[in-house]
Design a protein around this ligand. Sequence first.
Ligand code: LHQ
Length: 265
Amino acid sequence: MTNQPSFETIRFDVADGVATITLNRPDKLNALTTSMSKELLAALKTCASEQTIRCVVITGAGRGFSAGQDLAEFGQVTGKFSVGDHLRHGYNRLILAMRALEKPIIAKVNGVAAGAGLGLALAADLRIASEKASFVTAFIGIGLAPDSGVSWHLQRLIGPARAFELLASGRKVRAEEALTLGLVNQVVSAEALDATVAAMAGQFAQAPTRGIGLTKRVLNKVTAMPLAEALEYEAQIQDIAIQTDDHKEGVQAFFEKRPPQFTGK
Ligand code: LHQ
């Protein structure tokens, strides 16, 4: 990739097919501002359009992943402000862009993920957490209901009763409990987090990207379908997947008894 966009509130680094987006307001635990949401959306657009990017990692600088909406910025709004519009123009677009990105997204959860920051972590395809990570729904702490897709993702991941308990109490869930609940895929020591995620992202960057993208498309779609429709949708998507170069390469490599060389096409 030649022209990497430059940002103020996030870092955007691309190397070896992996784009790493780092929320970069460490003094405020990477609390999300309007400019940060805009920059995140722009970075995700680049991830979608740039063919050489085959995996995305989202993480936070410093000791937090993200403490959610920056409450100082939010506190400054006056006049005819609509929180609904704030969500529609900001977090809703961001969460939808993450789900629509047909490339794997790993949330590297280095520290606390709260409110809309939790929303970002949950909208990723996988969550790898440091033992120092924690998860706080946070909305109820300021008298609010969930937003940023947290209601939708949380109850699918851990079930409605557990989701309700976490949303209604706002209590902090530490990494080990998050693993037991199914909120994260893996917990590793803080020292091992970078290497664990780098190894996983490196594997995804060599994987059949279109097949992974279509997998994501199927999972997104079938969740709202009855079985018969889901089966039909799978059949339609498989008609697309079977045309990819990586499918042909996978079958050929199998018969030639060699490791496949996937190009992501
Ligand atoms: C913060 C924040 C923060 C600003 C820590 N903002 N500075 C959408 C639309 C509209 C409205 C509202 O919301 C939403 C979606 C949402 O995200 S709602 C949820 C918003 N987030 C929260 O309510 C979480 C507030 N933060 C906390 O509860 C704690 O900070 C957590 C549990 C995340 C971490 O606790 P600690 O590890 O003890 O850190 P800390 O509280 O000491 O924070 C460190 C610094 O970060 C501190 O600044 P300072 O200058 O005093 O060192 C905090 O003020 C700042 N910070 N969260 N959301």
